[in-house]
Design a protein around this ligand. Structure first.
Ligand code: ZN
Length: 245
């Protein structure tokens, strides 16, 4: 898009999609870029189907809990939130009032939820879409809970469907989650991923397939499209209520 094409878009539309993810370990079989690559693909496909603008993906996220694994880029929640905030404010400068963040990494969610409430005060309605809770809801029987964890069969399947050349299936692991010696109900410990799984994989990974990944992608993309279409039509007054006597 040139600036002139952007002007055309922003004159007629008040909605945009912003994909965000992380660059962090996903076991030995999956690429570090898993979370941002999946977010980018789902966001771009939904943007195409709804004719809504999709920004470039924000690749680095809040991943300090994976830092012991080489190649993980760990941004603080504060910096991540500020970066997404200024991205959203840039869009709002051109008239965007509704923003759908397609988030590919659970570690980003707390910062994004915090930001969304702040932006509401500034007249911007930001929603956050995450594909994996949507998938549990839409396809409850496709994977077990064990296969749905970080770098498990579900995430690996989506990688296989999108970019099989980046997945090394000979390196899949079915990890036994270790319990920390001090772990007990009511105690919070400063645990990182490596304390629970030395390969970086939580749960079962070896049952991944491109076929299952395609099913997930189709279901969650349809769900995102539904959300974007609803938001597109909604008026700001319908999205943000005021108290009445
Ligand atoms: Zn992931």
């Amino acid at each position: 898009m040139s600036w002139y094409e952007a002007k055309e878009y922003f004159t007629k539309n008040d909605i945009a999609i912003v994909p965000a993810g992380s660059n962090e370990q996903h076991g030995l079989a999956n690429p570090l870029g898993t979370d941002h690559l999946i977010a980018k693909s789902i966001a771009e496909e939904a943007a195409k189907r709804t004719r809504v603008l999709c920004l470039q993906v924000i690749p680095f996220g809040v991943s300090p809990h994976h830092k012991q694994f080489w190649g993980t880029i760990f941004i603080s929640p504060k910096t991540f939130k500020q970066y997404v905030r200024e991205t959203c404010l840039s869009l709002s400068y051109y008239g965007v009032r509704k923003i759908v963040v397609v988030n590919g990494h659970g570690g980003n969610l707390a910062a994004l939820a915090d930001l969304a409430r702040e932006l509401r005060e500034e007249g911007i309605f930001m929603s956050v879409f995450q594909w994996w809770p949507a998938a549990v809801n839409l396809l409850p029987d496709l994977f077990t809970a064990e296969e749905r964890r970080h770098a498990g069969a579900e995430e690996t399947s989506v990688n296989l469907a999108l970019h099989p050349n980046l997945v090394n299936l000979s390196k899949t692991r079915n990890a036994h989650i270790r319990k920390h010696r001090l772990q007990q109900e009511g105690i919070t410990l400063p645990l990182c991923t490596v304390d629970e799984t030395i390969s970086g994989v939580f749960g079962k990974q070896s049952t991944a397939s491109a076929e299952k990944g395609k099913k997930v992608l189709e279901a969650v993309t349809n769900e995102l499209v539904r959300h974007v279409e609803l938001l597109k039509k909604a008026k700001m007054d319908d999205l943000v209520q005021k108290p009445k006597v």
